[in-house]
Design a protein around this ligand. Structure first.
Ligand code: UFG
Length: 333
């Protein structure tokens, strides 16, 4: 039995592939390498380079990997500000890609999918912590593209019996503890790796986007979860579907909120570097506070995140950064 991981060369996907391989699963990876890195893929996984919007390519892989027990789907664009400037890119790749994928799954009789959804599907919350049953009203096109994907999976379940788990991630950070794989985006837009680029002397300073939000210190508040804990949840979700349970959605977060200034202070402590920062205008599409209620994943999937200290999370990211100053080194840096 094989697990096919779409987007398995990306930041979160590569950590999930690594965990799957370590737990003895047979793994095949599909990635178009637009944002992923070939060297991030555990060598024990088979690798196919191609795009999930390419139906002939999917048919070829699904034909070759005959005994597929489930799909784990990470292959998507995920940069909030880019989605505001270029929403059609997001609807085409993310939402359009999901339609092609589900058609191929239906025709190849693949009945399980674990899906990377996002806290961005909730938009500006009416209450925190956010529960899975709360309204989903995205404030950015990225979140909207993923919400549409959740809905498309729902109707594909109703009509074709394709069971899904949507995992709504809050803010992921960190790297595998041994520093062998980690986060490498180009350009980088996420808070923790940008702060660490400043700590490493690659950037002059951090711009803090928005200091007049209705939060404890005026900056956005986010809920950080370690990438290996997130990867574990996908395996639990796959097993949950294999046990015959119904489709469902789960938040993955720590249920603790940290402001952007608090993350900066934690990173200064971890790295011992001054990390200069300046206040800057708000960034389009940012909700002020995103904190997960994640007891559902804990009680139903038996998810037990191992990292509960944001400094420990940043420490693993710093370890990766120091051992790989140019990331995977395959983007001409
Ligand atoms: N930020 C800065 N300066 C920077 C970069 C980011 O102040 O240079 C701020 C942002 O404005 C935001 C916070 O840091 O307030 C976190 O921003 P990120 O870009 O790291 O993460 P987002 O919260 O925008 O989005 C991330 C993922 C999404 C996911 C979302 C869910 O990128 O895929 O978390 O919370 F949907």
């Amino acid at each position: 039995m094989t697990v096919v991981v779409l987007g398995g060369a990306g930041y979160i996907g590569s950590h999930a592939v690594d965990q799957l391989v370590q737990k003895g699963y047979d793994v095949a990876v599909i990635d178009n390498l637009i944002t992923g890195h070939r060297n991030a893929v555990n060598p024990k996984a088979r690798f196919y380079q191609g795009d999930i919007r390419d139906r002939a390519f999917l048919d070829e892989v699904f034909g070759q990997e005959q005994d597929i027990e489930g799909i784990i789907h990470f292959a998507a664009f995920s940069v909030v500000p880019e989605s505001m400037a270029n929403p059609l890119k997001y609807f085409d790749n993310n939402t359009g890609g999901m339609i092609t994928l589900l058609k191929a799954m239906k025709d190849h009789d693949i009945k399980r999918i674990v899906f990377s959804s996002t806290a961005a599907t909730y938009g500006e919350p009416k209450q925190v912590p956010i529960k899975e049953t709360d309204p989903q009203v995205p404030t950015n096109a990225y979140g909207e593209s993923k919400l549409a994907m959740e809905k498309i999976m729902h109707w594909s379940d109703v009509a074709y019996g394709i069971k899904f788990v949507a995992l709504r991630y809050f803010n992921v950070a960190g790297a595998k503890a041994d520093g062998s794989i980690g986060e490498d985006h180009s350009p980088e837009t996420h808070l923790v790796p940008i702060i660490l680029q400043v700590a490493a002397g690659e950037r002059d300073g951090l711009k803090i986007f928005g200091t007049d939000y209705p939060t404890k210190d005026g900056t956005n508040v986010r809920d950080y979860v370690h990438v290996v804990d997130l990867a574990d949840a996908h395996i639990l979700a796959l097993e949950y579907l294999k046990a015959g349970h119904d489709s469902d959605a789960f938040n993955l977060g720590s249920s603790n909120g940290f402001s952007n200034r608090e993350i900066l202070a934690a990173a200064r402590e971890v790295t011992g570097q001054p990390i200069p920062a300046e206040d800057a205008p708000r960034r389009a599409g940012d909700p002020s506070t995103l904190i997960a209620a994640s007891d559902k994943a804990r009680s139903i999937l038996h998810w037990e995140p191992k990292y509960d200290d944001v400094k420990e999370i940043i420490k693993t990211a710093w370890n990766w950064k120091q051992s790989h100053p140019h990331g995977y080194g395959d983007r001409g840096q």
